[in-house]
Write a protein that binds this ligand. Structure first.
Ligand code: BGC
Length: 772
């Protein structure tokens, strides 16, 4: 029986075909936290971990994160706050809780429907008195009404009449790091616990540092099979920081009752009085009804998928994993708000505090720039809005220009903690923010890529050039001149491989700094010639001295870059470290540390945490000949442990580019299955945003061989793995929707509804799009 067919007809009607369903076929409390991340729903405004609404589950981290709601209080840094939990709906049968962990359960099945953006569940519950109840539910965060969430739970008593007691709950007792006493922080102070109106629950809280209000409300009713409300004894019964509305309902043996819960969230960032806005949203939902609301949501999801979907014919497992990755990326992307970034764990977990890293620029951006340029622009603007903070950060560190923080939240201040505490209580001094500077080049790099892909002149002239100039200024001041060799150097720096910290002249950082300086000078010269008024405005705004761009070029020309051919040393002294090659892999094909290096401290051995020189080749490959790329890929591959999920996707693309397709596919698996297989062991903390996005890059830019030529022409040099019959994907390219279809022998590019032929280059030959 298919997964879908295991649900009742009422749920089958809401569910997509099996190829879109990710299933949890057995309830294992030990796996619950990982599933809370995997099945987390998000709609671009907020994200809600997939908690069992019934509660009474021990291993759980209920959480709702709303974009832009940060607070510090006792935490080491500003964190994305866990806001009140609206997802709870406790059910009892005469005081006995009905949940997956109370009583006995059978026939358990929960699915995440990637296509329709909902989570559906069913199980058979038997309580201590032998009463059996069929439980089914469906939950979604509306794409059509982004402040709202919908939940329906159906209960069918199977062997006796039942009296169900129900608690509709909005729980403000939540904290961040609920299961981690050393880090636990309550970021929101409760202001109001009250009835929403005549009925329903309302909780108002505010962040403790900056008084940002957050309103969370819900409304619940119980319907019989004819859709008539049948709840009784409704009473608002708050306790402590919990808003709770009690109701009960009788159900005859074999009769199905439906509990319907609508929830909504508004914050002070939405610019509306919270409670009235929320009450109105819930009233609208009630008025239109569940079915209409689901339909509106599903239509929005379909519109997103019509652009985002990548079809892989001939590789079912990879197909589902890729859709899983894209689903979660889309959930965290804001199409409307350019003051929020995307955290390293999306809106799905607390690790990394909801902070933006270089992950956004180099891993996430390309997917959005090509497929949803509006989101690409929002993300670029997020950095632009924080430029002043980056300027302050540079000053604080005695540099010039703008230095973007290693970890960024809502203020643009450095949010990477200086200290962290280990589980045993010992303090650990964290030097990352002090030395890891390459994020600043990543911001510049992705602004340029966004512009090259989209030709968004408005962004470029208003924000892009300024970002580029200020980041170049940073590097110009960060370089240190050494009279001994007459060259500039970057000393005391950490590259992407954080296990060697700090080092001198990290090849990745030096090359990216070089690129930043030269590219900024080049684009400014171009602007000066072509758009003198834009150039003059920029010069005045940032007080750019006439000679500055020339000075950037001069410094770049004398910057120590290491080898340009042959084996590239990751940093000065790397080749002298204790050497050894990886020869063993675990059950997920993840590499294991060579035995011989086990006792050698990280800093003193050649083993890398993640792609570093290979990352540089990935971004700046055009600066190196193919043999150099192959040689370095081969060398560093044998020394990279991929302990950051960012790394395998980069190796996949570089594997393809250097002709190692079979090995590349293994990296694609490691990247695509990070959270489905939990191959980094921390899926419980949230979904790995960067690996999800580089999986798209691996498929489209790697196997599809797509990119932009120097002349701005879209290029394709496809190399599909043998098992793929067909690869299909879409782009929103410079105002046109393009549909790309690649088989083992052919590439076709269709422009939707277009009349202008699209020129592109495929495997070296310039072609024109077939018009639809
Ligand atoms: C990686 C960084 C990455 C961060 C957030 C770290 O483990 O080393 O490169 O930016 O995780 O994903």
């Amino acid at each position: 029986m298919s997964l879908r067919e295991q649900f009742s007809p009422r749920l089958q009607a809401l569910l997509a075909r099996d190829e879109w369903l990710v299933a949890e076929e057995e309830y294992d409390p030990a796996q619950n936290l990982a599933y809370e991340s995997r099945f987390c729903l998000a709609n671009g405004y907020m994200g809600s971990r997939a908690v069992h609404e019934e509660g009474f589950v021990k291993n759980t981290l209920p959480a709702c994160y709303v974009h832009g709601v940060f607070d510090r209080s006792e935490a080491f840094q500003r964190e994305l706050c866990n806001t009140p939990d609206w997802a709870k709906l406790k059910i009892y049968q005469e005081r006995e809780p009905l949940s997956p962990e109370s009583g006995r359960i059978a026939e358990y099945l929960r699915v995440l429907d990637l296509k329709n953006g909902l989570v559906a569940k069913r199980y058979l519950h038997t309580d201590s008195r032998g009463r059996r109840t069929r439980v089914e539910s469906v939950k979604l965060l509306s794409r059509a009404m982004p402040h709202c969430a919908l939940l329906r739970v159906w209960l069918t008593p199977l062997n006796a009449d039942a009296l169900f007691e129900i608690e509709d709950i909005v729980d403000a007792t939540v904290t961040n790091f609920m299961d981690f006493p050393r880090f636990r922080v309550k970021h929101l102070q409760v202001e109001k616990i009250e009835c929403l109106g005549a009925e329903g629950c309302y909780v108002e809280t505010k962040t403790r540092d900056r008084d940002l209000p957050v309103g969370t409300g819900s409304f619940t009713r119980v319907l019989n099979e004819k859709g008539v409300p049948v709840q009784r004894n409704r009473a608002f019964r708050p306790y402590g920081e919990i808003a709770c509305e009690f109701m009960d309902v009788r159900a005859e043996q074999g009769e199905t009752i439906c509990i319907e819960k609508f929830s909504a969230v508004y914050t002070g960032r939405d610019g509306k009085p919270l409670k009235p806005a929320l009450a109105q949203a819930l009233a609208e939902l009630s008025h239109h009804g569940f079915e209409a609301a689901v339909q509106a949501h599903v239509e929005k999801q379909a519109a997103l998928w019509s652009l985002a979907d990548v079809q892989l014919t001939g590789d079912e497992k990879m197909q589902k994993a890729l859709r899983f990755d894209l689903f979660h990326l889309l959930g965290a992307a804001s199409f409307t708000d350019d003051r929020v970034g995307i955290g390293a764990k999306l809106l799905h977990g607390e690790e990394y505090g909801g902070h933006s890293f270089w992950d956004t620029e180099l891993f996430l951006h390309p997917f959005f720039d090509y497929v949803f340029p509006q989101v690409g622009r929002n993300l670029a603007n997020y950095r632009y809005h924080l430029l002043d903070a980056a300027r302050r950060n540079a000053r604080r560190n005695s540099h010039q220009g703008a230095q973007f923080p290693w970890e960024s939240a809502d203020t643009g201040e450095e949010e990477c903690p200086q200290w962290t505490i280990e589980p045993d209580g010992s303090c650990y001094r964290c030097h990352v923010a002090e030395y890891e500077h390459h994020v600043t080049a990543a911001v510049a790099y992705s602004a340029v890529q966004y512009y090259r892909i989209t030709q968004d002149q408005d962004f470029w002239e208003r924000q892009g050039l300024e970002l580029l100039a200020e980041t170049a200024r940073f590097w110009a001041s960060r370089l240190q001149y050494d009279a001994a060799d007459g060259a500039y150097h970057i000393r005391q720096v950490t590259g992407p491989d954080e296990w060697h910290e700090p080092v001198d002249d990290n090849a990745y950082t030096n090359r990216l700094a070089h690129w930043n300086l030269v590219t900024a000078a080049g684009y400014l010269a171009e602007c000066r010639a072509a758009r003198p008024e834009v150039y003059a405005r920029l010069r005045q705004k940032i007080r750019l001295k006439a000679e500055e761009p020339e000075e950037w070029k001069r410094r770049a020309a004398s910057l120590y870059l290491g080898a340009s051919q042959g084996l590239i040393e990751q940093f000065q002294g790397y080749f002298a470290l204790a050497d050894g090659e990886i020869t063993q892999w675990d059950q997920n094909k993840m590499p294991l540390l060579p035995e011989t290096l086990r006792l050698v401290p990280k800093q003193q051995r050649c083993i890398l945490k993640q792609a570093d020189v290979v990352m540089m080749l990935f971004l700046l490959g055009q600066e190196f000949d193919p043999e150099t790329q192959r040689l370095n890929f081969d060398y560093y591959e044998k020394r990279t442990l991929h302990r950051s999920s960012l790394s395998p996707g980069v190796h996949c693309i570089m594997g393809i580019r250097t002709g190692e397709s079979a090995r590349a596919y293994e990296y694609l698996e490691r990247s695509a299955y990070v959270d489905l297989d939990d191959n980094q062991g921390n899926t419980r903390e949230g979904i790995h945003a960067a690996s999800a996005a580089i999986t798209w890059q691996s498929v489209v830019l790697g196997y599809g061989g797509m990119g932009l030529g120097k002349d701005g022409l879209l290029e394709f040099a496809p190399q599909l793995p043998d098992r793929w019959e067909k690869l299909q994907f879409s782009l929103q390219y410079r105002g046109r929707v393009l549909r790309v279809c690649i088989t083992q022998n052919e590439l076709s590019l269709m422009q939707e509804g277009g009349v202008t032929p699209v020129a592109y280059r495929c495997n070296g030959t310039v072609r024109q799009a077939i018009l639809s």
